[in-house]
Design a protein. Structure first.
Length: 418
């Protein structure tokens, strides 16, 4: 009977995890294939870098308004629509030979992808009971790490069998399969709410302004919760900005070959996989506050070890440590905000704060790139790593405050106060 109850309890979460896993592997295949398509078309590394800029700009453009739409629409059907839309536009990509048109398609695809990410967060929070969220997030981290390892491997195999276009079509098929799986998932919204929401889905500047005020009001009322959110986002910003110099640091500063750098990336993948696997085993035994705080500190420590390295071995240890610890930090953070941000406004909060994070990523990445040219790559990587460590220590201090322990164990009733 107990086994039957367990199977019933994890029925829909398991289906959702399967869908997420398929989508994650597909996205890695798509991203690598897209880089090769643009490189083959233009023979320019700058054109490939343009893809990153386009994706960042698209995320900025989307996050400023998408939360207002997400919170007012049926999450299940919106996820299905976004999956199908991405699949259609991705199928069309290989038919374009103009770089401008490819950039335009990538911009549209990223809009759908960004909206899907925010929508899925809200849907997961509605679907998964609080007692299961920590375990679910650890399993999701394991799937993401598996996608990080298997996605590029599958893409590489596809490239040996045919052109990058085959990999593009595989991702389109994966998204379509994800949509079909989502159709089998339950509807987490009540009929009354959905009918009421259809009257307010027309996006206007007044609606956006009111929603931004709502997010600001919540942030002022629950400063601690959003301080943790911002500090963790800042760690992501520093990680992304530092990672942008990763290849240059490995090849120009450490004088590694491209093959040796590829091995380092594989070691990072192994670190994520091992960390995620261990995370799923001991997740219930580690307090959420320590997962966030210590996970972030160890991640920053891995970056410091990498930045101070002069040999392949030390760099490899740094890569493994930083990727190993991110599994714990991400699981703790996802669980924290799912339990403490009201579901009815989660889309707006995640989107607006996602806009801030994306904006800071662009600023810091550009700043780090220019500084690396003007000063030195190692100096910038060391500086970024130590800034990350200071932010991580601040986050850890916030996490372990005894007076805030209840925020890491249960969800307070916030909805009535907003």
């Amino acid at each position: 009977m107990r086994l039957q109850e367990l199977l019933e309890t994890w029925r829909y979460p398991s289906i959702l995890l399967f869908s997420i896993g398929i989508s994650s592997v597909g996205s890695w295949i798509y991203f690598i294939a897209l880089n090769l398509i643009v490189l083959n078309l233009t023979e320019s590394a700058l054109a490939v870098s343009g893809l990153y800029i386009i994706r960042a700009l698209s995320t900025l453009f989307t996050n400023i308004w998408s939360g207002s739409l997400i919170d007012r629409l049926n999450k299940k059907y919106l996820m299905i629509t976004l999956d199908i839309a991405q699949s259609i536009f991705i199928v069309l990509l290989p038919f374009f030979s103009s770089l401008g048109l490819i950039y335009g398609m990538v911009f549209i695809i990223t809009i759908a992808s960004s909206m899907y990410h925010s929508t899925s967060i809200t849907y997961i929070t509605k679907l998964i009971p609080m007692r299961q969220r920590k375990r679910f997030n650890s399993l999701r981290s394991l799937l993401d790490s598996g996608a990080f390892v298997t996605g590029p491997a599958i893409a590489g195999m596809m490239f040996t069998l045919g052109s990058p276009n085959i990999a593009i079509y595989i991702n389109a098929g994966a998204l379509l399969l994800s949509a079909l799986i989502t159709m089998r998932m339950p509807n987490v919204e009540s009929t009354v709410k959905v009918e009421k929401s259809t009257e307010t889905t027309r996006i206007s500047f007044k609606l956006l302004k009111d929603d931004w005020k709502l997010v600001i009001r919540f942030s002022r009322q629950y400063v601690y919760i959003m301080a943790v959110y911002l500090l963790f986002s800042m760690i992501n910003v520093m990680m992304t900005a530092t990672d942008s110099l990763e290849a240059a640091f490995a090849t120009k500063v450490l004088s590694l070959t491209e093959g040796e750098y590829g091995v380092l990336v594989s070691i990072a993948g192994a670190g994520v996989l091992v960390g995620s696997l261990l995370n799923t085993i001991i997740v219930e035994k580690i307090p959420t506050s320590w997962m966030i705080g210590m996970g972030s500190i160890i991640t920053a420590g891995g970056y410091i070890l990498l930045s101070a390295s002069h040999t392949f071995l030390i760099a490899a240890v740094g890569f493994f440590v930083l990727s190993f610890a991110t599994a714990f930090a991400n699981t703790g953070f996802y669980t924290f905000y799912q339990n403490n941000i009201p579901i009815d406004i989660m889309g707006r909060i995640v989107s607006l704060y996602g806009f801030i994070e994306a904006f800071l990523i662009i600023i810091f990445t550009i700043t780090f790139g220019i500084s690396a040219e003007l000063i030195s790559i190692r100096f910038v990587v060391v500086l970024g790593s130590f800034i990350m460590l200071l932010v991580a220590i601040s986050l850890f201090i916030c996490n372990v405050q005894p007076s805030k322990a209840k925020l890491y164990t249960h969800s307070p009733e916030l909805k009535d106060s907003i």
